[in-house]
Design a protein around this ligand. Structure first.
Ligand code: NAP
Ligand code: ZN
Ligand code: ZN
Length: 351
């Protein structure tokens, strides 16, 4: 075991603070990674504040990890010392069940080992995320960062990127489709870039009128303010809606914007139950779906797509000492469009 520096929430809602955690010695299939950047996802906030319940503390959040390989186990074939790699939301799964065999490790029947707020597959050893200097991960859960992408701005692809890429692919996003993106935050701005790169005509639906110019710069063709704006002009116009909103809201408002048999996919995960009027689905045959990150193979496919199209996140790089402030700003919608922690600030002890 090696002790490494990290930042953790000690209990639900407590500010994050420095902690020392142990990382295992690399086994035969393991890759040891020196973390360089880690994005801040709204799921980090939900979990550090135990908004989804069942959270494990102390919690070292962070599942948008980019780093360099420092050591590899003797049986590792895919990576070498010095490679620029990524780690997303999962670090292991059972690798034997039907979903694992179908490259859907996120739906592993045993439950995947999530990168933090979870356990390894022994169901005992806690996992700790990327707000730390180093991590050790089985090579099957390590991703390759394409050359040419800025490593800091590529970090959010590991969650925000795959979480929006996957539903666009699942619902066959193609040139000419009209795609609506609800909420322009970390996930939302990646959904805009990715849908536009697939040839879709993108409409952003936002509570923030001030984000219109950004939305258009990111690739949106249209923008509508959801509160008090003219949603009616979009009635029955959209093929696909990706809902990325992090706070409770009314889904029925958006279902009427779909063309007959269009789909609305929930990726935003606000806590609590939602109510739905059945006729809001029935009257235009709307499909309401959910989507959870993506499998490892699809995550690599997304990274390669981003490498080909030069897609990265718009980021604000911060030292780890500003993580608590970043959480508060994120909850207020004040992030354009992803905070990324410069892990050098943690390594150097400047934090
Ligand atoms: P984020 O950067 O905070 O963006 C969320 C956006 O939602 C905000 O920028 C804001 O956009 C909108 N919003 C916030 N509060 C709102 C409210 N009260 N009413 C209406 N709109 C509101 O968060 P994120 O990192 O993109 O994550 C978004 C959600 O996805 C979180 O719930 C997160 O846990 C979840 N998530 C799910 C998965 C998955 O696999 N399904 C993966 C990652 C994250 P506007 O200012 O444009 O309105
Ligand atoms: Zn995330
Ligand atoms: Zn499995």
């Amino acid at each position: 075991m090696t002790n490494v520096k990290a930042w953790a929430a000690g209990a639900a809602g407590q500010p994050l603070a420095p902690i020392t955690i142990a990382r295992r010695e690399p086994g035969p299939r393991d890759v040891a990674i020196e973390i360089i950047f880690c994005g801040i996802c709204h799921s980090d906030v939900h979990q550090a504040r135990d908004e989804w319940s069942g959270a494990l503390f102390p919690m070292v959040p962070g599942h948008e990890i980019v780093g360099r390989v420092t050591r590899v186990g003797r049986a590792v074939t895919g990576y070498a010392v010095g490679d620029l790699v990524g780690v997303g939301c999962m670090v292991d799964s059972c690798r034997a069940c039907a979903p694992c065999n179908e490259h859907l490790e996120q739906f592993c029947e045993k439950g995947p080992a999530f990168t933090y707020n979870s356990t390894e597959m022994d169901r005992k050893t806690p996992t700790f995320g990327g707000y730390s200097t180093d991590v050790v991960v089985d090579e099957r859960f390590v991703l390759r960062i394409p050359a040419g992408l800025d490593p800091a701005a590529a970090a959010p692809l590991l969650c925000a990127g795959i979480t929006t890429y996957s539903p666009l692919r699942q619902f066959g996003c193609k040139p000419g489709d009209r795609v609506g993106v609800v909420g322009l935050g970390g996930l939302g701005h990646m959904a805009v870039k990715l849908a536009a790169s697939m040839g879709a005509s993108v409409t952003v639906l936002s509570t923030s009128a001030a984000k219109e110019a950004d939305a258009r710069r990111l690739g949106a063709a249209d923008f509508v303010v959801t509160k008090g704006g003219d949603l009616d002009r979009l009635a029955h116009k959209l093929d696909l809606l990706i809902d990325t909103v992090s706070a409770p809201h009314d889904y029925g408002t958006y279902l009427g914007l779909l063309r007959p048999r269009g789909a609305m996919v929930l990726v935003g995960a606000p806590p609590g139950a939602a109510s739905l009027e059945p006729f809001s689905l029935i009257m235009n045959g709307a499909r309401l779906a959910g989507s959870l990150i993506g499998g490892i193979a699809e995550t690599q496919e997304m990274l390669d797509h981003c490498g080909k199209h030069g897609i990265v996140s718009d980021i604000e790089l911060i030292p780890v000492s500003r993580v608590n402030e970043a959480y508060d700003r994120m909850v207020k919608g004040d992030v354009r469009y992803r905070f990324v922690i410069d892990i050098a600030s943690l390594r150097g002890g400047v934090a």
